[in-house]
Design a protein around this ligand. Structure first.
Ligand code: SF4
Length: 414
């Protein structure tokens, strides 16, 4: 086996100072007592797993959460040292830590930098303090500005800022203001996510079907405004929600979108190694005791067939500006690309996709409709399934006649 295989490492830190109103992630507020046990479990897992990954070199490490900056730099440094000890970590690796503005401390950021962290992903979400309070964030915009200063002072240039649009009571103007203030900070990378209200979260109970939520048209305007503005300001859109200055695309996240190999550690962490996907339990206590006792902590596992892999290639590839092409598709799945191309041509006629030197990608308008359009693309892999799904048949007829798509049903809206 060659030494050329690349691996990303993801470490999930499920601790937060408090719970944001929209949060559906695996994160526990007020359970700091579990941190030392959790750290031991992570170290055990790393010590057990990394020696078996001899054919890989690690080129990205991502500490996500949760709030890794709340977990503390000393623990993150200890985990990084364990990864370095494997002798598999490349010198020019991308090493990212997610931080919240209220837990970016000068000394801690300096320690992270010293240990090799070279990218910070900062959860800013909005420049409007009233909105930040409404969604349960613990910080204001001033703290975001302060955090960026501290990160730069520590010598970390690669800063990514996360924003959310479509928040309750948010207007287009408020969103434009957030983007303008974010640009003043000159980050290398910006992520813009549309709010998703997940069942079981406090904001779902309060705002699902609420008139305070921006309408679909307003949200579409916010998205298209961001795409246009950020591109004008030198940020290339390389994925539906992600924008970067040249050379600052997230290497780690690109692995997810390009079917790369990655190994996750910690509660709820997902892995994808050689066509096998698995995820650990979301229950933090179960995760800790499972690692200590050697019992099974895998909650889901699936071996991808070549067809699954091809579907993933379509789904994930069309999320990126790199898009998809015939040669790559046929490499993943030895089957004809012709039907897909017919569908993509219909998308192009509608202004939703474009083709350049054999690569197909969505236009900004296509990204907006990406969920139903990807659904159609997947179905066109197996046209015989049309008859089993009347919506797909209707959608194709609508595309042919250039009339609006029929209202999508599950799972295409998800
Ligand atoms: S900081 Fe992030 S992970 Fe923690 S509660 Fe808020 S949204 Fe969830």
């Amino acid at each position: 086996m060659s030494e050329d295989k690349r691996l990303g490492i993801y470490i999930h830190i499920p601790f937060c100072a408090s719970k944001c109103g929209y949060c559906d992630f695996c994160s526990l507020p007020g359970k700091d007592k579990l941190m030392p046990h959790y750290q031991d479990a992570l170290l055990i897992q790393l010590q057990e797993a990394l020696p078996d990954m001899k054919e890989y070199l690690i080129d990205s490490v991502y500490f996500g959460g949760g709030t890794p900056s709340y977990y503390g730099s000393a623990r993150i440094a200890e985990l990084l040292r364990e990864i370095k000890f494997s002798n598999r970590l490349m010198k020019d690796s991308e090493i990212t830590v997610e931080c919240n503005p209220d837990s970016v401390k000068r000394s801690e950021i300096a320690q992270l930098r010293k240990e090799g962290v070279n990218r910070i992903s900062l959860g800013a979400q909005s420049a409007n303090d009233a909105l930040l309070r409404l969604i349960g964030r613990r910080h204001d915009w001033h703290q975001v500005e302060l955090a960026v200063k501290r990160i730069r002072a520590a010598g970390i240039r690669n800063i990514s800022i996360d924003l959310i649009y479509g928040l309750p009571t948010q207007t287009r103007e408020m969103w434009a203001e957030t983007l303008a203030r974010t640009l003043e900070l000159k980050p290398a990378h910006i992520s813009c996510y549309g709010l998703r209200l997940e069942e079981g979260t406090p904001m779902y109970d309060e705002y699902a079907d609420s008139p305070d939520l921006p309408s679909d048209d307003e949200q579409a305007d916010m998205y298209l405004y961001a795409v246009d503005l950020l591109q004008r300001q030198g940020y290339r859109q390389y994925e539906i929600s992600n924008f970067a200055r040249t050379g600052y695309e997230s290497r780690h996240n690109l692995k997810y979108w390009r079917l790369g190999d990655y190994m996750g550690f910690g509660a709820s962490a997902h892995s994808n190694i050689d066509m096998v996907r698995y995820a650990y339990t979301r229950n933090v206590r179960e995760y800790i005791s499972g690692v200590f006792d050697g019992t099974d902590i895998i909650e889901e596992k699936e071996e991808l067939t070549p067809f699954d892999r091809a579907s993933e290639y379509l789904m994930l590839g069309m999320r990126t500006s790199g898009g998809i092409c015939r040669e790559e598709y046929m490499e993943v799945y030895r089957s004809s690309f012709d039907r897909l191309e017919e569908t993509l041509e219909i998308f192009r006629d509608n202004g939703w996709a474009e083709e350049n030197e054999g690569r197909w990608r969505f236009t900004p308008g296509g990204f907006l409709l990406s969920n139903p359009l990807i659904g159609i693309l997947l179905e066109s892999q197996t046209r015989e399934r049309f008859n089993a799904n009347p919506w797909i048949k209707e959608a194709f007829e609508a595309l042919g006649k250039k009339v609006p798509l029929p209202v999508a049903q599950e799972p295409y809206l998800n």
